[in-house]
Design a protein around this ligand. Sequence first.
Ligand code: PLP
Length: 359
Amino acid sequence: MSETSPKLRAELEGIPTYKPGKPAAAEGPVAYKLSSNENPYPPLSGVMETVTAAACSLNRYPDMACTALTAELADRFGVPASHVATGTGSVGVAQQLIQATSGPGDEVIYAWRSFEAYPIITQISGAASVQVPLTPGDVHDLDAMADAITDRTRLIFVCNPNNPTGTVVRRAELERFLDRVPSDVLVVLDEAYREFIRDAEVPDGVTLYRERPNVCVLRTFSKAYGLAGLRVGFAIAHEPVAAALRKTAVPFGVSQLAQEAAIASLRAEDELLGRVGSLVCERTRVVDALRAQGWTVPETQANFVWLRLGERTVAFAEACERAGVVIRPFPGEGVRVTVGEAEANDIFLKTAEAFRKEM
Ligand SMILES: Cc1ncc(COP(=O)(O)O)c(C=O)c1O
């Protein structure tokens, strides 16, 4: 037998692997998972019943075009159905956007640090990542991002609010930035945490998309809607971007369970808004408490907080884990902590207070 292995694309060399939030420990007195920005609430009313009923048809392929969900989303956002493209989570749609626009010799710009999938999906495509550092306040530096555009730039991600810092860019600066981007460069407004925004100056990306054919908005059912396990997200984009998303979709990628759960969740909006409201109250409580303890916490508009701990990052994450909450460390940089159930937030706050006193 030959010793050579199948030839793999050189682009795969050195790709950072996506690091999922660590699960909560199965043993021990308490264990809460605050490491993946998930929703602590169970699925919304009606979702379990819908999913259980849909499970009776698991021997069938799903509706490949996600017809009913697409129609529901088009109606909700007041856009043509041909401008809605669904996918396997918004990260799946983000990957399709890169596939559709970028390859070897091209460049993809995004802030750094930002969502950790961006470098991975960019590298897989063969395009080069252009990472533009956040400002010292952990906010997107849109001027520097515009300055980084070259004739090789094909796609720019703007993560608003930004994962993992929770910070936002506001309407005037975002519009100024979009005015500087050439019309043949796609700008992807990744709004995975849109529902948690309370700052009225942060624009809804859909309003920007309406006027600008090179703007695409990414949304997900994984966060506020609490369907992370079902993998469904979507983009709102003009033709030909939306059409390109249909071409690059994995056939039958979004399960029938996911499609129907998403529709049921959209129809439970009052309950959704109530839950999001409670999480936003918890967020205020957590941020206020941390600041009272002496921490510097960037203004967050998402369902998580960011603490820039530098060299103390890992020690802090370990202390949290010992206390019963698993958080997300970025070694050498900081920790991202999801706002979860009140008991979990209390454990985190208590640990943060004790850690601060020893610093
Ligand atoms: C900014 C951002 N975009 C996209 C995603 C992907 O979410 P999903 O693929 O579950 O829709 C995440 C998940 O953490 C995220 O933080």
